[in-house]
Write a protein that binds this ligand. Structure first.
Ligand code: KE4
Length: 429
């Protein structure tokens, strides 16, 4: 239950913004109740409209890996802003940003900055279609890659069939160019390629999925997808918008050692300022306008504020010991969740890869949407409401990952631990 001020603000917002929000998941629709309106944030904490302090695990859905309002990131943004917020002309900073991306992801010899993860995946997929001359893209059921029409697609009646719109406004002819398979189902991927391989431009996957809840790649999944793409002349695209710079400095590619043909980045790459990027080998990226025929553009792409925030964030993440510290924090959170669920006698499978974590109210491992879809959504909703009531701001959906940060110190974790008891008691119903 949110505070009275958030309630009032929400009713005002609903008169002016669809669902009272500027992005659907923020509306708490899948968990019920009113969203907390945020007044400020610092480190591991949000301050709600009524002054209530929350330990925050949404972290702006991933960007705030350093914690909110990191003083060096804020200073970098302020310094850049004093020199102008956007020029619409090239800057040296964009070169240094592309170098920093290449240092983390060596296969990204060239990259193009954009202003969101959606733009990054749209750019990469148009490039894959332009590069291969093919039209079909393949995604995972339960995978999310932003709001492009052909990505808002649900699986057809059978597996590996072509998509049907998963949103109003998406023409069936567009949805039909997208095929869906279950994550970690290499058999389905192989069958699809054998049936339609010559038409497939790209497979786009979250190598570590966060948008069906946290689901990691089974051994051989990523390697198998790459082999299929190479065999059939398609491109493998890793959508690392969420897991990039989070599951390792070099993301899933560093963690699992599988190098895709193209990578999409977002969230952390902009340090909390709107930004995204896509990139890969020069041989592919040189097809992007103006050096090649694949058009893609953006007024604020690579703007000085995003570049300043992104470069400072990546520089701070390169500090020695960063990912060991993040791993220790995330492992402690995982242990707390497991212990509290056990203590309450609640069936809950906690899954984690690095600093991405989800408690699934499901008996047994979740390896794809097949299992995720069988979670007890009502139990998660009760659990989430109790966390909010006890000062912990957790992603408001069973099908999202939570994002511990480097700012989640022992005090923040202790406050979280104290809230988990009541939360799992509420989940038990
Ligand atoms: P944006 O256009 O929202 O910056 O990025 C789209 C996107 C692309 N790829 C992946 C793997 C993503 O997770 C996202 C966006 N993630 C959601 C969280 N599930 C953002 C939160 C929201 O939609 O408000």
């Amino acid at each position: 239950m949110a505070d009275a001020i958030s309630e009032k603000l929400y009713s005002e917002a609903c008169a002016l913004l669809p669902g009272g929000v500027n992005s659907p998941v923020r509306a708490f629709k899948s968990v019920g109740g009113t969203p907390v309106f945020v007044k400020s944030a610092k480190g591991a904490y949000l301050v709600g409209a009524d002054g209530t302090e929350y330990v925050d695990y949404v972290g702006s859905w991933g960007p705030m890996i350093l914690g909110h309002a990191h003083p060096e990131v804020v200073a970098a943004i302020a310094e850049a802003a004093a020199n102008g917020t956007s020029y619409g002309a090239p800057t040296e900073g964009e070169i240094r940003m592309a170098e920093a991306i290449r240092d983390a992801y060596p296969h990204m010899e060239m990259s193009r900055m954009v202003s969101s993860g959606t733009e990054a995946t749209m750019g990469a997929l148009r490039l894959a279609r332009g590069y291969t001359g093919r039209n079909v893209v393949v995604k995972c059921i339960g995978g999310y890659h932003g709001g492009a029409d052909y990505l808002l697609v649900k699986a057809g009646s059978g597996l590996a069939t072509f998509g049907e719109p998963d949103s109003a406004g998406v023409p069936p002819t567009i949805a039909a160019t997208t095929a869906s398979i279950h994550m970690n189902d290499l058999e389905a991927a192989t069958a699809l390629f054998e049936a339609r391989g010559a038409e497939i431009a790209a497979v786009i996957v979250e190598p570590v999925a966060g948008n069906m809840g946290l689901v990691g790649p089974e051994p051989g999944w990523l390697e198998g997808l790459k082999a299929l793409c190479e065999k059939h002349g398609a491109l493998l695209i890793f959508d690392e918008v969420m897991c990039g710079f989070r599951v390792a400095y070099g993301g899933a590619t560093e963690r699992y050692g599988v190098v895709p043909h193209l990578t999409c980045l977002g969230k952390i790459v902009g340090g909390g300022v709107p930004a995204g990027a896509y990139g890969g080998p020069r041989e592919i990226m040189s097809r992007v306008a103006p050096s090649g025929p694949v058009y893609q553009a953006g007024t604020l792409s690579g703007n000085p504020l995003a570049v300043a925030a992104g470069r400072k964030t990546l520089a701070l993440l390169r500090a020695p010991g960063t990912y060991e510290k993040l791993e220790a924090i995330s492992a402690e959170l995982e242990a707390m969740l497991v212990a509290a669920a056990k203590e309450a006698g609640v069936i809950c499978t906690v899954q984690r890869v690095g600093a991405m974590i989800t408690p699934f109210f499901h008996d047994g491992p979740v390896k794809s949407w097949r299992e995720a879809d069988r979670c007890d959504r009502a139990a998660f909703g009760r659990w989430h409401a109790a966390l909010i009531a006890h000062g912990v701001h957790w992603p408001p959906s069973q099908f999202e990952a939570a994002f511990p940060s480097l700012a989640h110190d022992s005090e923040a974790l202790a406050k979280t631990r104290a809230a988990l008891g009541p939360a799992f008691a509420a989940a038990r119903g």
